[in-house]
Every structure is written in C-alpha cells, then in structure tokens.
Design a protein around this ligand. Structure first.
Ligand SMILES: Nc1ncnc2c1ncn2[C@@H]1O[C@H](COP(=O)(O)OP(=O)(O)OP(=O)(O)O)[C@@H](O)[C@H]1O
Length: 728
C-alpha cells in the first residue's frame, strides 16, 4: 500500500535568496558584519531591501516569528533554523551572545548572522499555525544552539519507507518530482498520519483474514498468538479472547504445531493434509513472517476439506463399484472389450507392436516375444490370448528361469501316480495339460535347460508329449507363446540354445521396445499407474509436479515399465499429504540425477522448467512419512493435539512448483484402505512384505492375481513370500 506523505503545508509562501555574505573586516566582530542581502522570490518582499540590509536582523524581520525556516546549502542539503521560531520577540543581546558562543557558522538563533554558505532560505507561512501539531519547539529543551540538519524527502514517499528523523528536527521538508520544495510536515503530523495508516491497514488486514474462508493463526516471535480468525474459533473451539496474546503451545502440543515449526525453522509448508480432529480433514499452509532478514513471526492457514474428502470417499466407492461392474460385463460379453486396451502407450513403436499382436491373435502359431525385462511381454501375451480363444480358455504362464531343472519336466508335462518319490500319489497335471484349449506362455524361455529344449521341440513339432512316468501319449492342445529378454541367437552360437527350437518358436517374433526408446509413453503410463495405486491404497493424489514427471521421463528405466510402475506405487505411498514431491522419487533416480543433472530425452514433451539438480540424500521412508493424521482430543494439561497447522505431515522439502500432471489424480479420496503412515516400512523387505500383504488383501488372497499385479510368476511370488517369512 502506498501512503503518500501528507503535504500539510504548501511551500513556498516566501523564499529568499541569500547573497554571498561579505567577509568580516579585520577586527570586526561577527555581530557587526553587514547584513545579508535578501531577495524575494515569492510572496511579498521585505519593504525595503536596502533598509533591510542595514537593519540589525533582516531575516528575523522577513521571516515572521513562529515559522519553520529551512536553509539550503550549496551542496543541496537542508537544515532547519529553529531560532527563527524560538524567539518571537528576540532578545538581540542573548541571541548574539549565543551565536558568538557557537563555533559553527550555522550558529543558530542568531538571525544576525545566518550561515555563510546558505544559498536559499524558505520560510513557512503563518497558516502553519493551524497545523494540529504542537509548537515544534515546545518539545525541545530550551532553544537549540545550532542549525539542525533537516530531512528533505520526496513528497511521494511511502510512509513505511520513512527514514529515522534527525534528532531535534521536528519538521520534514517535502520535495516535489522536480526536487523543489513543495510542502512540509511536522514529525508529529507524520506520526499521526502513520497511526491512522496503521489503523486503516489493521482494519483491512482483519477484514481480509475474516473474508478468507480459512482458520488463520498468526504468532509473533515469542510464539504468542496475535491473530486468530472466526474460522479458527470454529475449527478448534477456542475463543479469540482466550488465546490472543498467549503462547500457542499453551493450547496445542508443541511438536505438532506447524506454525511454530515455521517460526523456528523457517520452513514453508504448502497444501499438506492432516486431521486436526478425528472427524475433520484439513489442508494447511504455513510460512514464517520475515522482515529485514529477521524472522518475526509465522502464519498458518487451514481449510476444512472434510466435505470434499467425504465426496471423494463416495466417488472412490462408486469408481471401485463401477470398475467391478465393468469387469463383470467384460466377462459376460468379452466381445465388447478390447483385449489390447491394457497396453498403454501412444508411441509409434507401441502402436506398431500392438497392431502386429492383433494380427497374430486369431492364428494358433507360436509367437516369440522379445524385449528387455519389464517391457510388457507377458501383457502382450495375455492380450494375444484374450483376443483369441473364448473367455473361459485358460492362460497358463510358466517362468522357465524360476523352476529348478529337476522339477521342470514334471511342471511342464505333469507326472503319473508314483512317478517319483515325494510326488503327489495321485499324480499331477502339467502346464501343457492345464493350458489345454488355451495358451501356454513359456516366459524366460532362454533359461530352459537344454535337455528339456529337445522335449519341447517335440511338443511343438508333433503336438504330443508323455507325462513323467507315464506311458500314454497326450495331446498338447494349446497355443504356445514364448518370451525372453535374452539374445537367443548369441545363445545358439554359444551352444546354450537349440537352433531348431528357436526356429520353431520364432515363426513370428514380436519386438517390444524398451521404455527409454519411447519416453513419451511415460506421460501416459504414469498417470494411469498413479490412478491405479491411488485407488488401491485409497489415497487422494492432488498433483504430480512437472519436475517429478520430467525426472521420470528423463530416467533410463533399466527395469522398464515394471520399474516405472513400482516408482508410481512408491510415489502414491509416500505422498501422504496428497502432494508428490521430488524426494519421494526412488533413490536411484535421485542419485542418477545428481550425476547427470538435467536430461530430457527424445520423445518427451518439451519441458516447462529444467529439472532441478539434486544433491541431497533422499529421506528415509519413515522420515518422509512421519506425521500424518493427527489424533484429536484434549491432551494432558488441557492442550489439544491437532491445531492450526497443528500436526499434519512435516514438510519434507520445498513446495513443488510448476504445472502439475493435470491436477488431482482422479477420484481417490480417503478410501477404505488408507495406509497409516505410522506403519510405513523402513527397510526394503518391510516395504515388499507390506506391498504383498496389501495386494493379497485387495485380491482376497488370490495369489495368481497378486503375482499378475506384481508382474511376476506365482512361483516367484511364493519364493518371495517364503523369503520374507510370510505365511503361504
Ligand atoms: N504398455 C503397458 N501398459 C501398461 N502396463 C504395462 C505395459 N507394459 C508393461 N506393463 C506393466 O509392467 C509390468 C511388467 O510387465 P510384464 O510382466 O508383462 O513384462 P515382461 O516383459 O514380461 O517382464 P519379464 O521379462 O521380467 O518377465 C506389468 O505390471 C505390466 O502390467
């Protein structure tokens, strides 16, 4: 707010040019010096300049008593001659005595000898007396003895820019845009104006606080509450008169007071979610108040978002219901759904591979799916299967790398009763039998033992096989798809893979490109995965900042889409306040970023902002997720846990900036399975255990479905669960 200094008095009514004073002759006393020439510039001239020159006190006569008199030096500086005011009926003798006593040529009070160097004198009009300010000299301890440096300020100066006034100068000279004096104001009047401005400002401030629909708390440097709005009264049930002027921590738990944290650490918190009371959800912002580099207080603003959260919960339930129904409808009428819709990515490479896969769906020929780990080979295989045989046809996947060579044959071909010791006495069907009428996917086919490769070749050629220990020839009535991330031709050259099997399997090959060759797909895959996990964990993800998306798009993705999916899951789990932050990214991404700095890949949309380089260590999961919902209710000693920015997750880094990934990740309010941050694991094993546990819960114990979600085989899932000490 710009508050212009008031021009209480317009200048100049009378202005005088002071002639160069003649030097006193030798032996001449100061008081005997010839008087100065006074030349009128404005207003009425002294009646007779020559007479004035001869008069004993021309300046005093020319300048009516009681007016402030400003003198300007040759260097442009101003001083104020208080004696012009001080002695309406001056005692010439005493003035002279004082002036003689004063060493300065500016000896004040001596109107007989104005300063030698002054080039201009400005006298203020009598109307000055109407100024409500008191007599400017009244506050001085007796008449001053010297001209006082006067403050000359631009008339347009803001009141809050007012510099400290020189001691003993109760007047401020105001200068217009041209640098010429245009008025003056007494210090007392300026103070009054400041007081009024402050009152106006405070009225505006209080009205603003009440207009904003938030519970606002302001504390001073001593952590005393200096502002407490009506909404704060409503949210926390504490009346203004009870809390104002008291330390905030007398009412709330100190360690949960975000406003106090902002004061002590200078942290800025933006849009963090928390629960000030068990029945209430709020979004909180907090920041320190700084003045001249000093922290003088802090402010917190909280908004009650309980109704939005409730709506989100409803939306979440409806979405879950809708998805459930969609799946049911798809099962009843599979013709309606596109089996390839699960394969996301608009890059030409993905579109081309999907088109090829579509063409292959109707035939029964083997297909060899090639691509790095996690590119989606199994997803493609499933889509090819779904687009082929009927809805009830089985899809059986076997991970050739995860089964020990001794068990492999019985896994693939099954075994007859009593085939070997330790076997199920009733015998067991192999994967080829289980896949009858459907599809068998031989995942990681490059890992298949050589001796089994011969047997598989026979199956492919003759479509028949024997179960282990069996004598009856069985029909292999399934489509065989194979997938590998190995270079099979190199393996053939090394004698580790049979050439004849290779040519049998690769009647058609489908190359699936790695994610780093189609980074544009990250922009499509990421929101889809964030949505999926937000729904799974019942989290509301407000936004994914652009810099996070950019970092993800710039990463090399050795683990491809499986790794991206895992990163998205981590982001959802760590963004306890609904905001994804840079430090929520997996450490390897941050480390690589530290090494590489900014990196934007081909295929990524143009960046709105450069990726910030990161050198700090990422927080431990436990650290990043501490805080969270606040338990309400009074605490011992009458304080309440959960207050203005009271609690809520501590900010784990600077607020994200820049555009977000299309705003809220749709419809995932607090769902029925919120992950309490307190239970956030602090080791990778705990994390994996918790992840599997949650998926099992979501899939009602269906391990096949969980394995699919994790992108691993059921056998691998069992292995992992066993290693993690989980009940099987
Ligand atoms: N284009 C895609 N769109 C959506 N999800 C995908 C896509 N590609 C892969 N995924 C997901 O990534 C994960 C890994 O995919 P998948 O298991 O099919 O990869 P893979 O190539 O078979 O891996 P591996 O070689 O390790 O067996 C799965 O969760 C899968 O759903």
């Amino acid at each position: 707010m710009k508050l212009t200094l008031p021009r209480l008095i317009e200048l100049p009514q009378t202005s005088y040019e002071l002639a160069e004073p003649p030097k006193p002759a030798a032996g001449q006393k100061l008081s005997d010096r010839p008087v100065l020439s006074l030349e009128e510039r404005h207003g009425t001239a002294p009646s007779d300049a020559a007479e004035t020159r001869r008069s004993e006190s021309p300046l005093r006569e020319a300048v009516p008593a009681g007016r402030p008199l400003f003198l300007q030096e040759a260097d442009g500086s101003w001083s104020w001659l208080p004696a012009a005011l001080s002695a309406p009926t001056p005692d010439a003798a005493s003035l002279s005595a004082r002036s003689r006593a004063a060493a300065s040529p500016h000896a004040a009070g001596n109107l007989d000898s104005p300063p030698d160097s002054a080039v201009r004198a400005l006298a203020l009009p009598n109307s000055l007396q109407r100024d409500a300010s008191p007599d400017p000299l009244a506050d001085l301890d007796g008449p001053p003895d010297a001209a006082v440096p006067a403050m000359a300020l631009p008339a347009s100066m803001r009141l809050d820019e007012l510099p400290p006034l020189p001691a003993g100068c109760p007047w401020l000279l105001l200068l217009g845009d041209d640098g010429e004096p245009c008025g003056c104001v007494s210090a007392a009047a300026a103070l009054e104006e400041l007081r009024q401005s402050f009152r106006r400002l405070r009225a505006g401030f209080e009205a603003t606080l009440e207009t904003v629909d938030s519970a606002i708390t302001v504390i001073n440097a001593d952590s005393e509450v200096i502002a407490w709005t009506g909404e704060a009264e409503r949210m926390f049930g504490i009346r203004r008169e009870e809390i104002m002027g008291h330390p905030a921590d007398a009412f709330f738990q100190k360690e949960r007071l975000q406003v106090l944290r902002a004061l002590t650490t200078g942290e800025v918190l933006r849009a963090a979610q928390h629960q000030p009371r068990p029945d209430m959800h709020a979004v909180i912002h907090a920041r320190p108040i700084e003045l001249g580099g000093e922290r003088i207080g802090a402010v917190a603003a909280e908004q009650d978002i309980t109704s939005q959260i409730r709506l989100n919960q409803q939306l979440f339930r409806m979405t879950a219901k809708m998805q459930h129904l969609e799946r049911k409808v798809e099962r009843l009428d599979p013709s309606g759904a596109d089996p390839f819709s699960a394969i996301r990515g608009g890059s030409p490479a993905v579109r081309a591979s999907v088109e090829t896969a579509r063409k292959l769906a109707s035939a029964k020929a083997p297909v060899l799916l090639l691509g790095e780990s996690g590119v989606g080979k199994e997803l493609y295989a499933r889509a090819i299967h779904d687009a082929g045989p009927g809805p009830d046809a089985p899809f059986i996947a076997i991970n050739c790398g995860a089964i020990s060579p001794t068990l492999f044959e019985s896994e693939l071909f099954g075994y007859e009763r009593g085939a070997f010791s330790g076997a199920d006495p009733r015998g067991r069907k192999g994967k080829l039998d289980l896949a009858a009428g459907g599809t068998l996917l031989l995942d990681e086919v490059g890992e298949m033992p050589l001796e089994l490769q011969v047997k598989l070749l026979r199956v492919l050629q003759e479509r028949t096989f024997y179960a282990v220990g069996g004598t009856t020839l069985r029909r292999a009535d399934c489509r065989i798809l194979a997938a590998t991330n190995r270079d099979l031709l190199a393996m053939i050259a090394d004698g580790r893979f049979r050439e004849d099997l290779y040519y049998r399997l690769s009647v058609v090959t489908l190359d699936i490109p790695p994610l780093r060759e189609r980074t544009g797909d990250v922009y499509e895959l990421l929101p889809a995965f964030l949505s999926e996990f937000a729904l799974l964990y019942g989290r509301f993800i407000e936004a994914c900042p652009h810099e996070v998306v950019q970092r993800l798009a710039a990463y090399d993705w050795p683990g491809n889409i499986r790794e991206l999916r895992g990163a998205a899951e981590r982001l959802v789990l760590l963004a306890t306040d609904g905001v994804i932050r840079m430090e929520h990214l997996p450490p390897r991404l941050l480390q690589e970023m530290g090494r590489e700095g900014t990196l934007v890949k081909e295929g990524a949309p143009p960046a709105a902002a450069p990726v910030r380089s990161w050198t700090g260590a990422p927080p431990a999961p436990a650290e990043a997720a501490s805080g969270g919902p606040v338990s309400g209710g009074p605490s011992p000693g009458g304080s309440v846990s959960g207050g203005p920015a009271f609690g809520g997750p501590p900010p784990s880094g600077p607020a994200p900036g820049g555009p977000s990934l299309g705003g809220p990740v749709s419809g995932y309010g607090y769902g029925s399975h919120p992950l309490p941050p307190a239970r956030w694991p602090d080791s990778p094993e705990d994390y994996e255990r918790e992840r599997i546990r949650r998926l099992l819960e979501a899939e009602r114990g269906n391990k096949k479905a969980v394995a699919r979600q994790l992108g691993i085989s059921r056998a691998t899932l069992y292995n992992r669960m066993k290693k993690l000490g989980m009940p099987l």
